[in-house]
Ligand binder design. Structure first.
Ligand code: ARG
Length: 264
């Protein structure tokens, strides 16, 4: 009987220990749950240096630095996801992500879909071409094979130009080739499969820098734009917090510092 009792007691002890562990697990889980609540998710397209690019497996760049500050000011943990650029605005619109920072130009069309922060960077469209085959104006794109990143302002402005019946690129034989990644477009340019790439200024300069002396870039026309961070329409609280962080970073000169650091 004694034996049975002691076996029973031992069993009880083990059970208590296990339940104890179980309790610990529950605590852990609930901690995780709180952690989950404390996360803030950003989407981007990490093929756009210096704003966002892969360094090994990590996504880094100006927008990531800004996003870290946004998360810090909110007291939340930042999660960054890389997706196609054309999915960035829809992701925020449908609530799959809290915000998008991807060098996104504030346009009237996008303002119908999401709300934007205050502008934090000014940009202008550039054209990348093979050294010695300089492009000096939109008009000189006539008959050219033009690479763009799908869904970007470069893509949209070239498409608008191609469709301009009086002048523009209409009927010139110009052709737009849409790429998921502008880095891929640049590789095709170097390989001679397209004639030019149209893309924002700083990414153009980064791409040129990373491809030795084969290509060059310069301003194309006068298509200037401002970047903003996108949030779901009506997400006032988050937008106000993002704007506060941006105002601070701008006044501290941090954005220029991030650009310099990621343009090395
Ligand atoms: N500024 C341009 C636009 O809004 C290009 C942005 C591309 N960004 C990127 N992360 N790939 O359309």
């Amino acid at each position: 009987m004694k034996k049975i009792l002691s076996v029973f007691l031992m069993f009880l002890m083990i059970l208590t220990l296990m339940t104890g562990c179980g309790n610990n697990n529950t605590t852990d889980n609930s901690n995780k749950d709180t952690e989950n609540n404390e996360k803030i998710k950003m989407v981007t397209n990490a093929e756009f240096p210096p704003f966002e690019y892969f360094e090994g497996e990590n996504i880094v760049g100006v927008d990531v630095e800004i996003a870290k500050e946004i998360a810090k000011d909110l007291g939340k943990e930042l999660e960054v996801e890389h997706i196609d650029f054309s999915s960035v605005v829809p992701s925020v619109q449908t609530g799959k992500a809290d915000f998008a920072a991807a060098g996104i130009t504030i346009t009237p069309e996008r303002l119908e879909e999401v709300d934007f922060s205050i502008p934090y960077v000014e940009s202008i469209q550039h054209v990348i071409y093979i050294k010695g085959q300089e492009i000096n104006s939109l008009d000189e794109l006539k008959g050219k094979k033009i690479g763009v990143q799908l869904g970007t302002t470069g893509d949209i402005s070239i498409a608008d130009n191609i469709n301009l019946e009086d002048g523009g690129l209409y009927n010139s034989g110009a052709e737009v080739v849409q790429y998921k990644s502008p880095l891929e477009a640049a590789q095709d340019l170097i390989a001679g499969r397209i004639d030019v790439v149209v893309i924002d200024k700083l990414p153009a300069e980064e791409i040129v820098k990373n491809n030795g002396d084969k290509i060059e870039s310069k301003i194309l026309g006068d298509i200037s734009e401002s970047y903003g961070i996108a949030v779901k329409k009506g997400d006032k609280e988050l937008l106000e917090s993002i704007n506060k962080t941006l105002e601070r970073l701008i006044s501290e000169g941090k954005i220029e510092e991030y650009i310099a650091n990621h343009s090395e």
